[in-house]
Structure formats: C-alpha cells, structure tokens
Write a protein that binds this ligand. Structure first.
Ligand SMILES: Cc1ncc(COP(=O)(O)O)c(C=O)c1O
Length: 458
C-alpha cells in the first residue's frame, strides 16, 4: 500500500491554513471518506439524480443499474453468492432492529448475547424481553482468555432462537471465533446474527462459508458516507423476517383492502432510498478492495504495535483487551491512572491534534458492571501512518508527565498549566481554541471529569 498516495485521497487529512492535518484516530466511530467516494456521490447528483426502480427515463435507468450493482458489490465483498440477501438500510443499528423486530418470536424464546455488546445489539432484545417475553441469555466474555465455547454451549441449551454477537469488539478490537460460534448455534437449531461493524472494514469476511444467517455492517465505518448500512443475510433466513416499514417500493400490488409484498430484499427497503449514499458506499468497497484488506490489517497491526510497545512500560497506562496488539489490530483502548478519559481526549485534541474517542463507547453495561468511568479509544484505519501513532504516544506521555498520579488531584491543571512541548502541539495552541486552552479549563462535557459520572450519552 502506498500510504502517501492513500492519504492524499482523503481531503480532510491535508494541512490547511498553516495547521497540520488532524491525526484522526476515531475510525471505529466513523471512517474518513476518500475522493472516489465523494466523486461517486457528486456524479449521482450532478449527472443522473433519479430514483431507482420507478421511472423509465435515463436518470432512473442509470441509478437503478448503479443501485443494484452496489447490491452485487456488497454481496461479493461479504461473501454472499446471492445479492437478494443484501438489504440497504440506514446503519447497522437498523439492520439489527430489522432482525430483532422482524423474527416471529414466541414467549419463552431465547436470544444469546455477550456481556460486551454495543447498545445497538442490546436494547432491541431488552424491549423484546419486556414486551414479548423473550429471554436474554448473557455469555460473559473473559477479559484476556480466548472465547470459551463450552460456556456458550451452556447458554445454548433451551429454546434459543437467535445468537447475536459482535464479530470484532468496538471496546477493545478483539475478535470472536464466529465460525465455531455459528456451528454450535446451528447445532442447537438457532439462527445467528453477527454485528460486523468493526470487522468488515478490516478483514475479509466470507459469510456463506461461515454459515452466518444475518450480518450487520455500517458503510460509514468502511470509507462510505454516513447513513449507510447493510444487512447481508442468507436469503432463506431473510425470508423469516417481517419488514419493519411498509409502503412504497415494498409491495407488488395493493387494493384498498390488501397488499402483496415484494420478495426480499425489496420488501425491506421502504420509500425512496439513499441512492447517493449507496453509490458512495459501493465506491468505498471498490477502494478498499483495490488496496486489499490484508494490507489494511497489516498496517493497523504495525501501528498498534508501535503504540503498545512505546507505552507498555508505563505503569499508569492500562490497555483494555488482549495484551498483544496483533489480537486487537484496529483498536488501542486505554485508561490512564488519575486522569479522566474525557479530559485525556480533550488534551490529545487540543494539545496534539489527535482525535480519539472517550467515554463508554455505547457499551454502558460493560462499564457499569465494573464501576469504571470509561476509556479512551484510539482506532486505526488505512490512512493512518507512523507519525499518527507517534503523535498519540507523545500526547499520552506528555499528559502523564503533567498530571501527577495523586488520587485527589484534579486533571484540569494539566490542561491549563504551561504549554504543550512538541512543535506540532505549539502550532495547534496558536489558534483561538488554543488560547482558551491555555487560559481556562477545557470545555467539559456533561458528566466529564473526576467525580462526575463520566457517562455522558456515549
Ligand atoms: C460494534 C458496533 N455495533 C453497532 C454499532 C452501531 O453502528 P451504526 O452506527 O451503523 O448503527 C457500532 C457503532 O459504533 C459498533 O461499533
């Protein structure tokens, strides 16, 4: 992979107005968008802004072909032979809701999840438990040891209808053995849904081979535009799902009293769709495929190793998840003794131009169960380079130096006293936000800071 060329494809990474470009380490939340994706969307709006599958004019013909081509592209990318299993949606959350709310549940049916699921793969089951008598079985995941298949087996006894687990964790970047999980679940007659949000952008997935029934991904974590998601289902499993929304495009025919639904996937795509987004997401897959996911993962492994090795002898840095960076290539999540995660994130941005995420990462249940205030999460993607990894390390080291590890010390002193040392950091503080940063405590989000709940809504 030619990293310089890749970086040049992402306009937001360019330096501007004398400021260096950002060190963007929040791709697990959403990835950046390269020029070919922007171009695909602009082309749609400037050359053929029509609706697919309705009108017969030339715009409509072109967008229909592009939209269905995108379906085929997603099917190929994710290892589905039949594109009819690919449903375009707003995001992965909608994909999980479609399955959760669309399966024909009976009171007493069980759904198996882990204790580290994103809220998007938790709340939907909680509602089903309250309203439809579905029982939630929670498999506790070990902190460092490999996934315990026997533990899963214990939870598969009884009437398990669905196993719904993440593929790669958005908390720490570790990956579950989804093939073995799927085999065991199928042996017990359960369907399998995998939340692939943090896996599909980074590693090749072959869904037909893995036997996974439902797989949810978001386009905006794999170089696509926001508001694009896909449910990549096995067509026979998809046939068991009731649509969430009904209306235009979902029906073959209607009378005033009845309707006949179209076959999947069309019955699930109600109303006018996000054509520009889907066409952009298609271009994103082309971009990723041209680079190759193996190269993407290798790059992340190497950056994560740089950061892990540089900080491993620092006793105040606690890395979440498996100790070896190879086992969590896309994510370096950490806590710093004596420093609130939100304060750390603000410091890294203000002082070093390093953009990370802090808080509970939509896995409130994990932190609540452990009484922890959250973490800082740096996540890598194909446009990150060695300098990015080094900037993160420099930022963390400087923060640790500024904030002594005293249980009673506040962290805002670190934000306000003195100036950041690095040249890059000095350039950053020259602006107006930098002036505020030097003269006053950094803006605090609700709940941030020691003693606050630090929960926020994240
Ligand atoms: C593991 C995981 N699942 C689900 C989601 C929700 O994805 P979306 O925003 O596409 O609904 C995310 C987003 O961060 C995630 O990381």
């Amino acid at each position: 992979m030619n990293l310089r060329r890749v970086r040049a494809d992402f306009p937001v990474l360019s330096a501007a107005d004398g400021h260096p470009g950002p060190v963007y380490l929040d791709s697990a939340c959403m990835s950046l968008v390269p020029r070919p994706v922007l171009r695909a969307m602009e082309e749609y709006y400037t050359e053929y802004p029509g609706c697919a599958g309705r009108s017969l004019h030339r715009f409509a013909e072109r967008v229909s072909a592009g939209y269905e081509g995108a379906r085929e592209r997603f099917a190929k990318f994710l290892g589905r032979k039949d594109p009819a299993g690919v449903v375009f949606l707003r995001n992965a959350t909608e994909a999980i809701n479609l399955v959760g709310q669309g399966l024909p549940w009976r009171r007493g049916d069980r759904v198996v999840i882990s204790d580290r699921e994103h809220n998007s793969n938790l709340v939907v089951w909680q509602r089903l438990a309250v309203e439809r008598g579905v029982r939630i079985e929670v498999v506790p995941l070990p902190d460092h040891d490999p996934f315990d298949e026997e533990e899963l087996e214990d939870h598969l006894r009884g009437r398990v209808r669905l196993v719904s687990l993440f593929h790669t964790s958005n908390l720490d970047g570790s990956t579950l053995p989804v093939r073995a999980i799927t085999e065991r679940a199928h042996d017990h007659g359960a369907l399998v849904m995998i939340d692939g949000c943090q896996a599909a952008p980074h590693r090749a997935v072959d869904l037909d081979r893995l036997g996974i029934d439902f797989y949810a991904v978001s386009g905006h974590k794999m170089l696509g535009p926001t508001g694009t998601g896909v449910l990549a289902a096995d067509p026979s499993a998809l046939g068991q799902i009731r649509p969430l929304l009904l209306g235009g495009e979902t029906v073959e025919s209607t009378t005033l009293g009845t309707h006949v639904l179209r076959p999947p996937p069309y019955r699930f795509e109600a109303g006018l769709q996000n054509y520009a987004g889907v066409l952009g997401a298609r271009a994103a897959l082309d971009y990723l495929s041209a680079i190759g996911l193996e190269a993407v993962e290798a790059q992340q492994r190497s950056l994560n190793s740089i950061v892990t090795r540089a900080l491993e002898s620092e006793p105040r840095v606690h890395v979440l998840g498996p100790p070896a960076p190879e086992d969590r290539p896309s994510i370096f999540a950490f806590a710093l003794d004596g420093i609130d995660p939100h304060d750390a994130a603000l410091f890294l941005d203000e002082g070093h131009g390093v953009l990370v995420r802090s808080g509970l990462h939509c896995v409130h249940s994990f932190y609540a169960a452990r009484g922890l205030p959250g973490n800082v999460r740096a996540s890598f993607y194909l446009y990150n380079d060695r300098a990015d990894a080094e900037a993160l390390v420099a930022g963390i080291e400087e923060l640790l130096e500024r904030v002594p590890d005293r249980p009673s010390s506040g962290t805002s002193g670190a934000m306000t006293g003195g100036r950041p040392r690095s040249a890059r950091a000095r350039r950053r503080v020259a602006g107006s936000r930098g002036a505020a940063f030097r003269s006053a405590p950094p803006p605090r989000r609700a709940g941030s800071g020691r003693g606050g709940s630090a929960a926020g809504s994240d």
